[in-house]
Design a protein around this ligand. Structure first.
Ligand code: BGC
Length: 858
C-alpha cells in the first residue's frame, strides 16, 4: 500500500474522532492495538448523534430491511440517507469472494508463527486486498478452539489455546481495521466441529466456556476492538447461537460492552423474534426469519420493541460513519488487486509457520552442493495446495507448488523428478475388476427392501465432487453386491466416496468396514483388508442418495500395486526424496470433519517410498495433527507445513535447503491416534439422545430438525491441559518445533511475592547457542498448585518470538496480568484469584520448561 493512501485512510478515521470529547479514549483504541482496555471505547458523541439522527429518519420497514442481507454477500442500501450496499467477503486465508486473490498462510498456520507482529501485517494485507475489491466486511478471523484434530475447519481457526488465539487475533483485527475495513470475528461460539454443524447442541458448563471457548472472542472485542462478530450455526446449552441470550446479550453486548454488529452465519437463524430479542443485528445472507412479515407484526403486537430494531440499525450506522462508508467509495483503486507486496506477506507467513517435527541425523537442511537428483513425490507436491476447502477457499493468482518451489530454488544443475505416486480416485473406481460381476439393485424405498430394479454395470464409478444438488424427494436406496478376488497376497484398500447428504456403508464378508453418515459434506472413506492370493471377498455397499442422481464410487486396489512405478523408480535414483502428503480442499474442508489418518493410500505411499530410499523427508500439508504410526520410525525427517498459502512451495524449498530456519511451533498437541485425543470420547453426539426442534418459516412448511447433543465433559482437559495434568504425553507437545540451531534459557527473574490483581513482570534470557540464525518462541506457563478449584496443571500465559543471531542473547520481559493467575469462579460467576503459591515456568513447549520460579500471591 502506498503511504499516501495509508495516511488518507488514517486521516479519515482520525478526522472523525479528532477534537471530540472521547478523543483520547478513541486514540487509545486506534493508535495502540495492544491496548488492554477493558471494553471498547464508544464512538465520538458526534458519530453517535449522527447515527441516531439517521435512524430517526427511517420507517420501521426501512429499518427491518437493513437487518437482513441481500444477494448473498451484501447489506441493503437506503439511497435516501446515502447509505450504500455494504459488501462482504470471506476471509480466513485471503479476500476470496470476488475473484482471484492472494492466498496467505492463515488460520492454523498463522497460529504456528506465534508472531503478533506478523498477525498485524497479515491483517493489514487482508485489509488492503479488501479495499482493492470494495469490501466493507471481511468475514474473519475464525478463532474457535482447535479442540479435536478432526474438525474440518481447524485450518481456518488458530490454536488449541485461548491465550495464544487472543494474542494473535487482536493485532490481526487491528491490521484489517486500520485499512477502513471491518473485521468479523467468528464463529461465536463453541463451534468446534463440522459434524452436523447446523444442528448439534453443545452442552458445556460456564467455567469451561469462559476459560477455554470465549477468551479469544473477548480479546477480539476488548483488545482488538472488532467491528463485527458472527454467530455460529450450532446450539449452545439448548439454544441456537443466533438467539442465545447468554452469549449474545449477557456476555458479548453486556459484560464485554460490544458496540458493533452481531451477524448470523449464513442461514444460521431459526426464529426471527427470538433472534431479534436476543442480540442478533443482521441476518445473513437473507432475511428468512428477521423479515418484514415477522418483525413488523412483532413490533405491532409488542413482542419485539422498535427500540430493539433501532439499536441494530444504529450499530451498522456507527461503523458506516466511523469508516466514512457514506462519504467515500470503499473500492480503493490506488490499491493493487495483485501485488508483489502481498506475495511477500504470503511468503513471510509460510516461512514463519513451517514446523520441523523430526530431524534425525541432521537430515535437514539439505546441502545444495551435494544434492544432484531430487525426487518430489506425492499428491500434495503439485498442484499447489494453498488452503483447505469451503468458504475460505481462495483462488490465488500465482500459487507455487512444492515441485516448482524446489525446482526454482535448486536451479538447472539439479535433476528434479516428480511423480504423483498414487492414482486418482476415479482410476481406482473404474479399474477395479469385480471378479464375479457386479449387481446394482435399486429399491423404491430407503430400506433396501422389496422388489428391486437390477443392473450389472462393470464398475461403480459415479462419484462427483460437487457438494450440492437438487434434493431427492423420491425414496430410493441402492445396493451394490460384488466379489473381488485377490490377484496376490497383500494389503488391499477398499475405497468409497459419495457426495454431501448421501449415506453409505460398505461391508466385507458381512462385516461393516466403512460408514459415512448423512451429514453436511463428505470426504472419501477407506479401509484396509489383508488378503492372500486367490482369496475372494464379498463386498456389499448400501447407498442412500440424498440428491437426485447417483454420486457413489467404490473400488478395491492392492496397496503395493497402487504405488506408481515411476515414483518408486525416481525414489531409487534420487539423493533425497521429498514426499508431499496431506490433505487438500476435498479432504479437509468446511462442511465435514476430516479423518485423522492421512487420506487414502498415502500411508502406503510413504512406506513404499521410504523402503526404496531411506533418505526420505515427509512434508505434510494440513490443518493439524494426523496419524503417523505406520511410518514415522521409517523416515528421518517430518516437516509440518500447515496450509502455506500461495507461496508455500517457495517457503518449503527455502526451509528444506536451510535458507530459512524452521521457526514454526505447534499451536496444537499432536496426537498419536484419534482415540488418544482427550476430546475423543466427548466429540460425537450422545447416541439415542437426539431431540426435535420445530422451526416455522414464513410461507414454508414447518420443519422438525433432529438435534443431536454433544456434551463437553472433557471440560478444561483439552489439548496440552490434559497431557500435562495427567502426566501422559502426546506424540509432539503443544509449542514444540525443532530448529537448525539450538537455544537455551537462563536467568529467570520473577518477584517472590505479588499483590493479587497486580501485574507481575517476568524476565529471562534466551540464547542462540548454535551456529546459525534462528527464531525461538519463549513460552511462559503458569501453575496454580494451591488453588481451591481443580485447575489444569499449567496454562500458557505469555510468549515472545525472539530472533537471534548465532551466539546472541536477548533479555525478554513479559508482564503477566491478573488474568494470568485467575480462573472462573462458578459461584461468584466471575474471574477470581486464589492467593497462595503459583509457579511460573519458562521454556520452548508445554512439556519442556527448564526454568521455573515460585511466586506467592497475597
Ligand atoms: C461459513 C462462514 C462464511 C459464510 C459466508 C458459511 O458457510 O460458515 O464462515 O463466512 O458461509 O461465506
Amino acid at each position: 500500500m502506498k503511504n499516501s493512501t495509508k495516511a488518507s485512510i488514517q486521516s479519515i478515521v482520525h478526522a472523525q474522532l479528532a477534537g471530540l470529547a472521547v478523543g483520547v479514549l478513541a486514540c487509545l483504541f486506534w493508535c495502540s492495538g495492544n491496548s488492554v482496555a477493558q471494553a471498547p471505547s464508544p464512538d465520538s458523541p458526534a458519530i453517535e448523534a449522527k447515527a441516531k439522527a439517521m435512524v430517526a429518519k427511517l420507517t420501521l420497514d426501512q429499518k427491518i430491511k437493513l437487518i437482513g442481507g441481500v444477494d448473498s454477500m451484501f447489506t441493503n442500501d437506503i439511497p435516501a440517507i446515502n447509505l450504500p450496499r455494504l459488501k462482504m467477503s470471506d476471509a480466513s486465508v485471503g479476500v476470496r469472494t470476488w475473484g482471484p486473490t492472494t492466498a496467505y498462510a492463515g488460520g492454523a498456520a498463522l497460529a504456528a508463527t506465534w508472531d503478533r507482529e506478523f498477525a498485524k501485517e497479515l491483517g493489514e494485507a487482508l485489509g488492503r486486498d479488501a479495499r482493492a475489491r470494495g469490501v466493507n466486511f471481511l468475514l474473519g478471523p475464525g478463532v474457535n478452539i482447535a479442540k479435536a484434530p478432526v474438525n474440518g475447519r481447524n485450518f481456518e481457526y488458530l490454536s488449541e489455546d485461548p491465550y495464544l488465539n487472543g494474542a494473535l487475533v487482536a493485532p490481526y483485527i487491528e491490521g484489517v481495521q486500520s485499512q477502513g475495513v471491518s473485521a468479523t470475528v467468528k464463529h461465536y461460539a463453541l463451534n468446534n466441529e463440522e459434524y452436523n454443524r447446523h444442528n448439534v447442541d453443545v452442552t458445556a458448563d460456564e467455567r469451561t466456556i469462559r476459560e477455554l471457548y470465549l477468551p479469544a472472542f473477548e480479546a477480539a472485542v476488548k483488545q482488538g476492538h472488532v467491528d463485527a462478530v458472527m454467530d455460529s450455526y450450532n446450539l449452545i446449552n439448548g439454544s441456537h447461537a443466533t438467539q442465545n441470550e447468554f452469549l449474545n446479550l449477557k456476555v458479548l453486548k453486556g459484560k464485554w460492552g460490544f458496540l458493533g454488529v452481531l451477524m448470523s452465519d449464513w442461514d444460521a437463524t431459526y426464529d426471527g423474534v427470538a433472534a431479534a430479542n436476543n442480540g442478533l443485528d443482521l441476518e445473513m445472507p437473507s432475511p428468512r426469519f428477521m423479515n418484514q412479515q415477522t418483525l413488523s407484526t412483532a413490533v405491532k403486537n409488542g413482542t419485539v420493541k422498535e427500540a430493539t430494531i433501532d439499536d441494530k440499525v444504529l450499530r451498522l450506522f456507527r461503523l458506516a460513519l466511523r469508516y466514512g462508508w457514506l462519504d467515500r467509495p470503499q473500492l480503493d483503486t490506488t490499491q493493487s488487486t495483485y501485488s508483489i507486496a502481498d506475495r511477500e506477506v504470503a511468503l513471510k507467513g509460510a516461512l514463519k509457520s513451517i514446523t520441523l517435527l523430526k530431524n534425525e541425523g541432521h537430515t535437514l537442511p539439505l546441502d545444495q552442493s551435494k544434492v544432484k537428483t531430487i525426487a518430489i513425490i506425492g499428491p500434495d507436491a503439485w498442484p499447489a495446495v494453498t488452503g483447505g476447502g469451503g468458504s475460505s477457499e481462495a483462488a490465488s493468482f500465482a500459487p507455487i507448488s512444492i515441485v516448482t518451489g524446489i525446482g526454482n530454488l535448486v536451479g538447472p544443475d539439479v535433476h528434479v523428478l516428480y511423480a504423483r505416486g498414487l492414482p486418482e480416485m476415479g482410476d481406482v473406481f473404474w479399474q477395479t475388476h469385480w471378479e464375479k460381476g457386479l449387481t446394482e439393485s435399486t429399491y423404491q424405498n430407503k430400506t433396501f427392501s422389496g422388489a428391486a430394479e437390477t443392473a450389472t454395470p462393470q464398475n461403480i464409478n459415479n462419484y462427483k465432487q460437487e457438494w450440492w444438488g437438487p434434493e431427492d424427494k423420491t425414496p430410493r436406496s441402492i445396493r451394490y453386491s460384488a466379489s473381488f478376488e485377490a490377484p496376490k497376497t497383500g494389503k488391499y484398500l477398499v475405497l468409497a466416496a459419495a457426495s454431501e447428504s448421501d449415506h453409505f456403508t460398505v461391508s466385507v464378508d458381512g462385516k461393516q468396514v466403512i460408514e459415512q453418515a448423512q451429514v453436511e459434506g463428505q470426504h472419501p472413506e477407506s479401509a484396509t483388508v489383508d488378503m492372500s492370493a486367490g482369496q475372494t471377498i464379498k463386498v456389499v455397499a448400501d447407498y442412500l442418495p440424498g440428491f437426485v442422481g447417483n454420486r457413489f464410487g467404490l473400488g478395491v486396489v492392492n496397496e503395493e500395486d497402487m504405488i506408481a512405478a515411476d515414483a518408486k523408480k525416481f525414489a531409487s535414483v534420487a539423493d533425497v526424496v521429498i514426499l508431499a502428503v496431506g490433505f487438500n480442499t476435498t479432504t479437509e474442508s468446511e462442511g465435514f470433519d476430516r479423518s485423522f489418518t492421512l487420506p487414502w493410500g498415502q500411508d502406503a505411499l510413504v512406506e513404499a517410498i521410504a523402503a526404496v530410499n531411506p533418505h526420505t523427508v515427509v512434508t505434510f500439508i494440513g490443518g493439524g495433527g494426523f496419524d503417523t504410526r505406520r511410518w514415522l520410525d521409517k523416515v528421518p525427517a517430518l516437516v509440518h507445513a500447515w496450509y502455506p498459502g500461495q507461496e508455500g512451495g517457495t517457503a518449503i524449498a527455502q526451509v528444506l535447503f536451510g535458507k530459512h530456519d524452521p521457526e514454526g511451533r505447534l499451536p496444537v498437541s499432536f496426537d498419536r491416534s484419534w482415540q488418544d485425543d482427550p476430546s475423543y470420547a466427548f466429540y460425537y453426539p450422545i447416541k439415542g439422545a437426539d431431540t426435535k426442534l420445530h422451526v416455522m418459516e414464513n410461507n414454508h412448511p414447518a420443519v422438525d430438525y433432529d438435534i443431536p447433543h454433544v456434551k463437553y465433559d472433557d471440560k478444561l482437559m483439552v489439548g496440552y491441559r490434559y497431557w500435562t495434568t495427567t502426566g501422559k504425553h502426546p506424540l509432539f507437545p503443544f509449542g514444540f518445533g525443532l530448529s537448525y540451531t539450538t537455544f537455551s534459557f537462563s536467568n529467570l527473574n520473577v518477584p517472590a511475592t505479588a499483590t493479587s490483581g497486580s501485574t507481575v513482570p517476568v524476565s529471562f534470557d534466551v540464547t542462540n547457542s548454535g551456529a546459525t540464525e534462528g527464531a525461538e518462541v519463549a513460552q511462559i506457563y503458569v501453575s496454580d498448585p494451591s488453588s481451591k478449584a481443580k485447575r489444569p496443571e499449567r496454562e500458557l500465559k505469555g510468549f515472545e518470538k525472539v530472533q537471534l543471531a548465532p551466539g546472541e542473547t536477548k533479555h525478554v520481559t513479559i508482564s503477566l496480568d491478573a488474568r494470568a493467575f485467575s480462573y472462573w469462579d462458578e459461584t461468584k460467576h466471575d474471574w477470581t484469584i486464589d492467593p497462595g503459591k503459583f509457579i511460573v515456568l519458562v521454556g520452548d513447549s508445554s512439556e519442556n520448561t527448564p526454568l521455573h520460579a515460585d511466586l506467592t500471591v497475597n
